[in-house]
Design a protein around this ligand. Structure first.
Ligand code: SF4
Length: 217
């Protein structure tokens, strides 16, 4: 797919309008949402804007039990078209996270993501500028040259307060880990709770220079 230009209106669109724009532009069957199930907002936005839209959860073999439970609950409650994508069959739990987090993320996140995006034209994510300094310049729409796909971040401009208000207005539940001090939730070996006021993603790969798993940078 050649790079395309995006209408300026996307930068100020409501999240659901961004997802609807993508469905109109590319066709629902050519869209995929990846969700970490850290919260319910992205999947609610996507599934109410475009019912039946494909939603992918990358099961790294090291997800928190709470996250798996939360994904099940939301799938039933919101009638999500959820697809759980696993690492390739030869990748078995191996404690690689203890010795090489980049290699571990590559086989458990990056390769499964790339496989999930094959044949699709647009990828919808929950990345927000408020996630932290490394995501402060996140656009609503961009072209991922490496993956040859349009990348949409409909929640890019949402603050933490916007997320809380949206969840409140739509009576959405929270991942049980949120109230236990986990504002950012990844795999259990690489995520710790953070103190009030600490960088939200400060509990991810704490003590390591790694800040992203390779999906978004
Ligand atoms: Fe492995 Fe940790 Fe990356 Fe999960 S976040 S894939 S456990 S290195």
């Amino acid at each position: 797919m050649p790079p395309i230009s995006f209408p300026d209106i996307l930068e100020t669109s409501q999240p659901a309008d961004t997802v609807r724009w993508a469905a109109d532009q590319f066709g629902t069957e050519n869209l995929v949402v990846t969700a970490s199930f850290e919260d319910a907002v992205l999947v609610h936005v996507a599934a109410t804007a475009v019912p039946g839209i494909a939603i992918v959860l990358l099961d790294t073999q090291y997800l928190f039990a709470e996250t798996k439970w939360f994904a099940d609950e939301l799938t039933k409650r919101l009638d999500l078209n959820l697809r759980i994508v696993n690492p390739l069959p030869h990748i078995q739990p191996d404690n690689l996270w203890q010795s090489d987090v980049n290699a571990c993320c590559n086989v458990r996140k990056v390769e499964p993501l790339d496989r999930s995006l094959q044949g699709k034209q647009a990828w919808v994510t929950g990345v927000r500028r408020a996630d932290g300094p490394t995501r402060a310049n996140t656009p609503t729409a961009s072209y991922d040259i490496g993956r040859n796909i349009v990348k949409l971040n409909p929640l890019a401009a949402f603050s933490d307060d916007d997320m809380a208000l949206y969840a409140h207005l739509h009576d959405l539940p929270a991942n049980p880990l949120t109230e236990r001090g986990y504002p950012s939730i990844g795999c259990w070996p690489c995520t710790r709770p953070v103190a009030p006021g600490e960088d939200k993603r400060g509990g991810r790969w704490a003590g390591s220079p790694k800040t992203e798993c390779g999906l978004h940078g």
